[in-house]
Design a protein around this ligand. Structure first.
Ligand code: KIV
Length: 275
């Protein structure tokens, strides 16, 4: 599919049953690679705390961090829809700060923001939307509530919890989100939620019945990480590629093979005479 991805395009994709491919990016180079490869959505996720910075969770990520990475990613993205996560406590204190913070990410180049949870958040979603900022929801395993959830674990396995997730998805849709991330939810539940919604669901650890998928780009590429959930499929082993290249560079540096003539500059004769 060519042309800029808009909210309308994502909604058409759901209608036609075409799956949406989304990935995270945290810097210019990866954003450019991922965008030119053709994904429909790029998320500057607060997962950058873990994937980019090596934290144990996403709770230390600040609005300034998100603004910095959104600015870098923006420069690499031309076609995909660019979404930025609102970090921990940047949208809970009151609607006014949520609006100011969402506006900051939009002014750094995001085209939409993502908020986790539903209770106490749906009203904020409406206010952010009223300011003209598209909002993506995120339910199931919501990493910003990790302490309340008791760890990174699958959500909605019991009947009551499953019903709560269905209700949350419908509440967020009514509030106006253009899409919802379902994270770590049983595949059958995620499929049933996707069938009840008009807006596309984007799954991560939520099975094949979602309208699209998202992964953390570092995980997909097999880069070092302190947690590797079961749902991650490694499509490349970049750790070995990078380490192999670094070892070759070291060997050639130590043996004097690098730099050779091709990678060195020569003086002009006139310049040499002057020395
Ligand atoms: O922060 C993030 O990267 C996310 C996705 C994994 C959905 O929220």
């Amino acid at each position: 599919m060519t042309g800029k991805i808009t909210l309308g395009r994502l909604s058409q994709m759901k209608e036609k049953g075409e799956k949406i491919a989304a990935l995270t990016a945290y810097d210019y180079s990866f954003a450019k690679l991922v965008d030119t490869a053709g994904v429909e959505m790029i998320l500057v996720g607060d997962s950058l705390g873990m994937a980019f910075r090596g934290d144990d969770n996403t709770l230390k990520v600040t609005l300034e961090d998100m603004a910095y990475h959104t600015r870098a990613v923006r420069k690499g993205v031309e076609r995909a829809l660019l979404v930025a996560d609102m970090p921990f406590l940047s949208y809970h204190i009151n609607v006014e700060t949520a609006l100011i913070n969402a506006g900051r990410l939009i002014s750094e180049g995001a085209e939409a923001v993502k908020l986790e949870g539903c209770d106490g958040v749906a009203e904020t979603v409406k206010a952010v939307l009223q300011a003209g900022i598209p909002v993506m929801g995120h339910i199931g395993l919501t990493p910003q509530s990790i302490h309340k959830l008791g760890g990174f674990r699958i959500q909605g396995r019991q009947a009551e919890a499953a019903k709560k997730l269905v209700d949350e998805a419908l509440t967020l849709e009514r509030a106006g989100v253009f899409s919802i991330v379902l994270e770590c939810v049983p595949a059958d539940l995620a499929e049933s939620i996707s069938g009840k919604l008009r807006v596309p669901t984007i799954g991560i650890g939520a099975g094949a019945g979602c309208d699209g998928q998202i992964l953390v780009v570092n995980d997909l590429l097999g880069m070092p990480s302190n947690v590797t959930p079961k749902f991650v499929k490694k499509y490349a082993d970049l750790s070995s590629v990078v380490q192999g290249a670094v070892r070759e560079y070291m060997d050639e540096t130590k043996s004097g093979k690098f730099p050779d003539e091709e990678h060195s500059y020569t003086s002009t004769p006139r310049h040499l005479k002057a020395i």
